[in-house]
Write a protein that binds this ligand. Structure first.
Ligand code: DAT
Ligand code: MG
Length: 148
């Protein structure tokens, strides 16, 4: 089954949105496979966002991600990468539809509350970076009520 990497950024933690965000993925029917609450350092944040290292906002982005603890998660389910991105909403909260996490809880692009992998391949890379020890092995007993 497909997996994605989801991270609640420091602003999401500070603003008390952890339960709300986890609840949205849970209620959708996705399965939580990995979860940790941690601070990352500059080198780690730069690695996570390596693809964006040439962007003018890169240094500010790294400073933001290391400014407080984050919630790192692995979620599993059918099409979870694409659907997870839809649940999160557009990168710039000015363009995120109401009903999405960023549309409901964010205003500025540099404080957009949450990260989600943008493709199956980047999800695989990000899960490897954030969860080198692996994730939990379980499957929900509700699966027959979620999948036909
Ligand atoms: P996403 O997080 O939706 O995958 P991204 O990977 O293009 O978006 O960029 C990573 C983060 O960098 C994004 O969540 C917020 C920040 N960012 C992106 N574009 C930006 C811009 N033009 N100005 C400031 N910050 C930006
Ligand atoms: Mg991205």
């Amino acid at each position: 089954m497909e997996q994605t990497f989801i991270m609640i950024k420091p602003d999401g933690v500070q603003r008390g949105l952890v339960g709300e965000i986890i609840g949205r993925f849970e209620k959708k029917g996705f399965s939580l496979k990995g979860l940790k609450f941690l601070n990352v350092d500059q080198a780690f944040a730069e690695k996570h966002y390596a693809d964006l290292s040439s962007k003018p906002f890169f240094n500010g982005l790294v400073e933001y991600i290391i400014s407080g603890p984050v919630v790192a998660m692995v979620w599993e389910g059918k099409n979870v990468v694409t659907t997870g991105r839809k649940i999160i909403g557009a990168t710039n909260p000015a363009d995120s539809a109401p009903g999405t996490i960023r549309g409901d809880f964010a205003i500025d692009i540099g404080r957009n509350v949450i990260h989600g992998s943008d493709a199956v391949e980047s999800a695989r890379k990000e899960i490897g970076l954030w969860f080198p020890e692996g994730v939990a092995n379980w499957s929900s007993s509700l699966q027959p009520w979620i999948y036909e």
